[in-house]
Write a protein that binds this ligand. Structure first.
Ligand SMILES: Cc1cc2nc3c(=O)[nH]c(=O)nc-3n(C[C@H](O)[C@H](O)[C@H](O)COP(=O)(O)O)c2cc1C
Length: 158
């Protein structure tokens, strides 16, 4: 299988995830390449059996650059894709010490459904999705055990 991976990592966590995933795919005998979306032309994406898009979250949604990239993306009809969202790990409020409620957490985690909505309009088919957490809310590092989560995801894709 030929896999094209695109990420929009700002602080490097998403890039680390995508690089690790690419390595696992290659080790599994697949052809896989990853790049930042700034180094790709959305209207000239190479053909692939699977596209992977990975975006950091901004106020609940995918970072704007990835939203625009996906909207412009020209994909083959029925293209298969997988999504990865990186999120700040939910943490207690600094003033009150209280954890956010499940409703509050959900509100700030609409990255995956937002990317899916854009790709659905293009007739692309989602095969898997993954949330990966970073510690310290914004810059990371990646939450403990992230490698295992990515390994399970890779197994699903293969
Ligand atoms: C301005 C800003 C807003 C953010 N909003 C959210 C959010 O609503 N939900 C969330 O889970 N993470 C949020 N984050 C944390 C990002 O998800 C985190 O920085 C990103 O996943 C790290 O990935 P990267 O290292 O690949 O850039 C926000 C970060 C910034 C800088």
């Amino acid at each position: 299988m030929k896999v094209e991976l695109y990420h929009a990592s700002k602080y490097g966590n998403g890039e680390k995830v995508v690089a690790y995933l690419q390595g696992l795919l290659v080790a599994g005998g697949h052809q896989a390449e990853y790049r930042h979306i700034r180094d790709a032309k959305p209207k000239e994406l190479p053909s692939a059996d699977l596209y992977v898009f990975c975006a950091p979250t901004r106020v609940g949604k995918p970072i704007g650059k990835m939203r625009r990239f996906l909207k412009k993306a020209r994909l083959p009809e029925g293209a298969r894709y997988a999504l990865i969202a990186t999120h700040g790990e939910p943490a207690p409020d600094k003033k009150t010490g209280k954890m956010p409620t499940p409703e509050e957490i959900a509100k700030y985690q609409q990255n995956l459904p937002a990317m899916e909505a854009i790709l659905k309009e293009k007739g692309a088919v989602k095969v898997a999705e993954l949330k990966v957490y970073v510690k310290n809310t914004i810059k990371g590092p990646l939450a403990d055990g992230w490698e295992k989560v990515v390994e399970e995801f890779a197994a699903k894709l293969m």
